[in-house]
Design a protein around this ligand. Structure first.
Ligand SMILES: [Mg+2]
Length: 392
């Protein structure tokens, strides 16, 4: 059956929220990010700042080098979460068939909404107007027959616009775009494809499956027959993946860049505990449990890797998250100085808490964790810390 998928993505979301509070900064190069003296990175940049090359993940130091007049604001994540809730609530008025990809991005399966909202184009304009007029935020919207093409259409629409790809036009729409625009094509794969003379998505669509299968290597190994066939299908604009309204968030993570590279193990341990507590708190606030716990390490030379492990049962308990993260760290750290460290909970599911007497989780631990959350909520994060976090 033919579907219609709408993808919506807020433009420069964190900055746009800040501009609601400080309208005098409109039209200026503004960014939200960490401070230079804390070796921060940019998390969101206004389009005025992007003209200078300021973009997310760029070290703040570099951002000021390319844009000396940059106005840097500290992140206020609670505020962004509130605005995100408003946006998602508005989207839920259209359909419950929503897959939220991140704080400011979602797919909607709008198949069958014509009677209430008119054509897909009319609905896209209606949403765009409401998000601007009621929430004061700019967004971009892509509409297509599937998720793959809708998301790429949004990129094409940015900033503050709408892009519709008519049914049957998917391959033609993708053909001139660079291979990197396609899901699953990272910088390394793009390099290999370029060596094979393939630079556009259209060229992938025309490529021979057996050549791609044996010549293209990805992070996971050789592409292989199945990988090659899938890549060619995506390049032709084919994608059957459903909008998964259950999966609200893919992961909940916290990371920190050290002010100075660190190799002192007690310090790293205290930081991992603090990050684990942050992940646990966010999981509980979202009523989610994580089946997989991951750590991320970046060494002083910027080499970065993640390691993860899957638990027998999903958890939202700080101690379990920390114990898992610490085990992963001990097993994988090669004693080099660390620049950045992070903890993530993945494979999220709604927290199904049951009173199972045989459950390995101690009920008292859970109650203590909740009390701690309540106190922190009332008095701020700094008010209560475990002994070992304080030792820092
Ligand atoms: Mg966005």
């Amino acid at each position: 059956m033919s579907r219609t998928i709408l993808h919506v993505d807020l433009d420069a979301f964190f900055v746009s929220v800040e501009l609601l509070d400080q309208p005098e900064l409109r039209g200026k190069p503004v960014a939200v990010g960490g401070r230079i003296d804390q070796r921060g990175v940019i998390s969101s940049a206004s389009y005025e700042a992007r003209k200078f090359g300021v973009r997310s993940a760029l070290p703040t130091r570099t951002a000021f080098q390319v844009c000396p007049d940059l106005i840097l604001l500290p992140a206020r994540h609670d505020l962004y979460a509130q605005h995100s809730h408003h946006v998602m609530a508005l989207l839920h008025e259209i359909t419950p068939q929503i897959e939220q990809l991140s704080i400011d991005e979602a797919f909607l399966d709008i198949t069958g909404t014509e009677l209430r909202f008119g054509s897909a184009e009319q609905l896209a304009h209606y949403l765009h107007d409401r998000i601007r007029d009621e929430l004061g935020l700019p967004c971009s919207i892509g509409v297509a027959r599937n998720k793959l093409v809708a998301k790429i259409a949004t990129e094409k629409a940015k900033p503050n616009n709408i892009c519709l790809v008519a049914a049957g036009e998917e391959a033609a729409f993708l053909a001139p775009l660079p291979v990197r625009a396609l899901w699953g094509v990272g910088p390394k794969t793009a390099e290999i494809l370029k060596a094979l003379g393939i630079e556009t998505i259209g060229q992938i669509a025309q490529a021979r499956s057996d050549v791609l299968a044996s010549r293209v290597r990805t992070a996971a190994g050789w592409l292989g027959k199945r990988g090659a066939d899938e890549l060619i299908q995506r390049a032709q604009g084919l994608d059957e993946s459903p909008v998964e309204s259950e999966r609200v968030t893919k992961q909940i993570s916290q990371e920190t860049t050290f002010v100075k590279d660190v190799r002192e193990v007690t310090y790293v341990r205290a930081t991992l505990l603090e990050l684990s507590e942050g992940v646990g708190r966010h999981l509980r606030e979202a009523d989610l449990s994580a089946r997989t716990i991951a750590i991320k390490l970046r060494y002083s030379d910027f080499t970065t890797f993640t390691r993860q492990t899957t638990l027998p049962q999903p958890t939202d308990i700080d101690q379990e998250i920390f114990a898992t993260a610490w085990t992963l760290f001990e097993a994988n750290w090669n004693k080099r100085a660390i620049r950045l460290i992070g903890v993530a909970g993945r494979q999220l599911s709604p927290a199904a808490r049951q009173l199972d007497l045989f459950d390995s989780t101690d009920d008292r631990v859970e109650r203590l964790t909740r009390t701690v959350d309540e106190i922190r909520h009332k008095y701020g994060t700094e008010s209560l810390k475990r002994g070992s976090t304080l030792r820092k």
